[in-house]
Design a protein around this ligand. Sequence first.
Ligand code: ATP
Ligand code: MG
Length: 292
Amino acid sequence: MSTLLDISQVGMEFPTPSGPFTALRDINLKIRQGEFVSLIGHSGCGKSTVLNIVAGLHRATSGGVILNGREVTEPGPERAVVFQNHSLLPWLTAYENVELAVKQVFRKRMSRPEIREWIDHNLELVHMTHAAHKRPGEISGGMKQRVGIARALAMQPKVLLMDEPFGALDALTRAHMQDSLMEIQADLKNTVIMITHDVDEAVLLSDRIVMMTNGPAATIGEVLDIDLERPRHRLELAGDSHYNHYRARVLKFLHERHAKPGLDRSQRQPAPVADETVQGSARDTGKVVDAA
Ligand SMILES: Nc1ncnc2c1ncn2[C@@H]1O[C@H](COP(=O)(O)OP(=O)(O)OP(=O)(O)O)[C@@H](O)[C@H]1O
Ligand SMILES: [Mg+2]
């Protein structure tokens, strides 16, 4: 499959009161049509910044992003974003928030009843039918996040950009949403870039995992191809040696190579016992502990 999205030589400097802060440097990534790519890295390394540049919300200070042969200079409906902090309009209900996006994309192609059905379908997908009439102030953080996901999916975007979309969800809902996303993506062949802190989630969902080094001047440290057959089933994979190998590779990158920014391996002190405990439990849950 051909390259859909080309992130080329992207660098980002933010102006700060104490001078420019280099967040990113030399980010190079080509993403194919229909590919599912996860971005993983310690807190503050620059993952959201990369996503915002692809979304067209930030302009890179060097390099750029080409989507389907055209440079990205602004946001567009072919790139739907699920933000890290859900971004619903507070004066609209869950239903109306999704409706706004759906009308933006489908007003000309769908009749009114079709639009209504499509909104209902997407709210159902995220288990939010019962609260469709509630405003963001009346629902929990996880529920708001689910509405944000429904809104993005309902736009049937060519590229789906998700910033820790399932972080605020309980384990069961999270598993359900991951499975739904895999099904939707298999069906619609969306290209997805997802930021996650969850190693299991990254391995389960991704075709490739892009691991970022710590900032400042963060860049891509390693890219791991996840060569597991689809459809993927979490229970079957739990005992799969390839799955566990991938999982270990990502954990190793996060916990060892980049646990202490600015030091190379030879300079590092052995981790204190307390640290080991944290890392041990992180290994068990597959969650990234920010060791930086
Ligand atoms: N508008 C801004 N002005 C100045 N610095 C910024 C700005 N936005 C981000 N940064 C800095 O850039 C770096 C990367 O931030 P970013 O939000 O991309 O990290 P992240 O990897 O998404 O972190 P997290 O996992 O905590 O969400 C951080 O050091 C952050 O402080
Ligand atoms: Mg972020």
